[in-house]
Design a protein around this ligand. Structure first.
Ligand SMILES: Nc1ncnc2c1ncn2[C@@H]1O[C@H](COP(=O)(O)OP(=O)(O)OP(=O)(O)O)[C@@H](O)[C@H]1O
Ligand SMILES: [Mg+2]
Length: 466
């Protein structure tokens, strides 16, 4: 650097140090929390959930640029608390350092309302159970007014003209449609995470979504539609002090994008890429590498074992024992696929095409057609696929072990607790077990064997980071 530019650098950057004004501090902080209208909706909806609301209505105009109004019937605030709520670092949710490592609410930083109020024309109406009158607080251009108002318990927050005082930020926002799209995505993820809440989303005065309080399976069907809901496998597994619950999509509804992948940690929607990878890996070759499994999963972990205070938007978490979490998620998803994917229901009529095992064994291997019943296309080469899907040695070595021992006998065989009785539709193996009759899909069985092999290799670290 020459002398001249060095001097210019100093003139610009090495002025006297000043403390920033509170307004400027708020605007800078707001930049981290409030990226776009959907981030405002996220913060306000989380406040309503934390307030114990059972009804939450989100009203939007012009993709949230002109108006975001959130109405809840939660615990509300006293006049004193309403006044404090838009101050920086003002929160009712934590009070000590210990609380910070045991966060039970969605919010805890005490900065969302301050940030939103700093970059919008902001007002709130609120009343708690004890107060006789409600409070109406307005904040615009750094001026605050506060008055009594008649209202019922709960809180309404109105955010007008977002970024009106930061034109550069407002210009950066996308079209109404794009911004509203972000709001819809966010809204639906909270609807899935909180089925016990009545939710409503309006755009330009018209209802877009409305969901009655329900149980999770019904809410999944309401939000994602019957077609998805009918192809989900429920998960409810407690392992290593972690509770994984929700649903995974059957392999045949895997998508070419990640849109139907909802992961919540302690009911908080998060972007957790490594957990997401464990879920995908647990499907192994049941879905092609370029498709993504569908899931709606909540991971319940002791609050002391996670750190949510990683980023102001709270979309990431840090685990104190990440490897246990990853392994548990992998195992839970794999176990669910293990239990459910191989055993299929077969209609009574199909039994008319029942072939006893002795006949199956007398049929040449390559004359048994490949099942086309399932839509998912495994990534085996065709030669691998044929041999894997036929009644081949590989299959025989694993699930229907009995087939090989059966070759000299015309009767059903028994190995351990399993007796292979025969085959239906050239596709299903009928097996008698201690618990009753089971029907194995050969196609899925052979894929499962591949998958189990990969899983075993993965577990002993042979595959490395593949
Ligand atoms: N809808 C609401 N109902 C009742 N109280 C509310 C509501 N919204 C905000 N509050 C009160 O205002 C306080 C400040 O809200 P704010 O969102 O700024 O902070 P927070 O939720 O505590 O933390 P974070 O910044 O992480 O969201 C809350 O702690 C809560 O006491
Ligand atoms: Mg909050």
């Amino acid at each position: 650097m020459n002398k001249r530019s060095d001097k210019t650098f100093r003139t610009i950057h090495m002025n006297k140090i000043k403390l920033l004004s509170p307004d400027l501090i708020n605007q800078i902080a707001a930049g981290e929390v409030v990226e776009r209208p959907a981030s405002v909706v996220k913060e306000l909806v989380e406040n309503s959930i934390d307030a114990g609301a059972t009804n939450i209505t989100v009203e939007i105009e012009n993709g949230g640029l002109n108006l975001i109004r959130i109405v809840d019937n939660g615990c509300g605030m006293s006049r004193e608390d309403a006044g404090k709520s838009i101050l920086q670092h003002a929160t009712s949710k934590i009070s000590s350092q210990d609380d910070l490592f045991n966060i039970k609410s969605l919010g805890f930083r005490g900065e969302a309302l301050a940030s939103i109020a700093a970059v919008s024309e902001f007002s709130l109406i609120t009343k708690d159970e004890e107060s006789l009158a409600g409070t109406n607080l307005e904040f615009k251009n750094n001026e605050q007014t506060i008055n009594d108002i008649g209202c019922s318990r709960g809180t309404t927050i109105v955010v007008n003209n977002l970024f009106y005082n930061i034109p550069a930020r407002r210009k950066y926002l996308k079209t109404t449609v794009t911004e509203f799209g972000h709001i819809v995505d966010l809204f639906l993820s909270y609807c899935l995470a909180y089925p016990q809440i009545n939710w409503k989303l309006m755009h330009h005065g018209k209802p877009v979504y409305q969901f009655q309080a329900s149980i999770d399976v019904q809410r999944v069907s309401d939000v994602l539609g019957r077609e998805i809901a009918d192809n989900l496998l429920p998960i409810d597994i407690k392992l290593n002090e972690i509770h994984l619950s929700g649903f995974i999509g059957k392999p045949q509804i895997a998508r070419n994008n990640r849109k139907i992948q909802y992961l919540f940690i302690n009911n908080r929607p998060v972007n957790e890429f490594i957990v997401a990878k464990q879920i995908k890996d647990a499907f192994g070759q049941l879905i092609p590498r370029d498709l993504y499994p569908v899931y709606i999963l909540n991971l319940k972990i002791n609050n002391e074992k996670i750190d949510v205070n990683v980023h102001p938007r709270k979309l990431e978490v840090r685990f104190s024992e990440p490897q246990i979490i990853y392994r548990t998620v992998y195992q839970a998803v794999a176990m669910t696929l293990d239990e459910q994917d191989l055993v299929k229901s077969v209609k009574v009529d199909d039994f008319k095409r029942f072939v006893p095992v002795s006949e199956v064994l007398s049929t040449r291997q390559d004359s048994i057609p490949v099942s086309t019943k399932f839509n998912y296309q495994p990534r085996f080469s065709q030669s691998n696929l044929n041999s894997a899907m036929n009644f081949n040695r590989e299959v025989a070595q694993d699930i229907p072990v009995v087939i090989r021992t059966q070759e000299q006998s015309n009767e059903s065989s028994l190995v351990g607790q399993r007796k292979v009785i025969g085959q239906i539709q050239n596709s299903y193996i009928v097996v008698e077990t201690a618990e009753g009759m089971k029907i194995y899909d050969q196609h899925a069985t052979s894929e499962r064997i591949q998958y189990e092999k990969i899983k075993k290799q993965w577990e002993i670290g042979k595959l490395g980071s593949q």
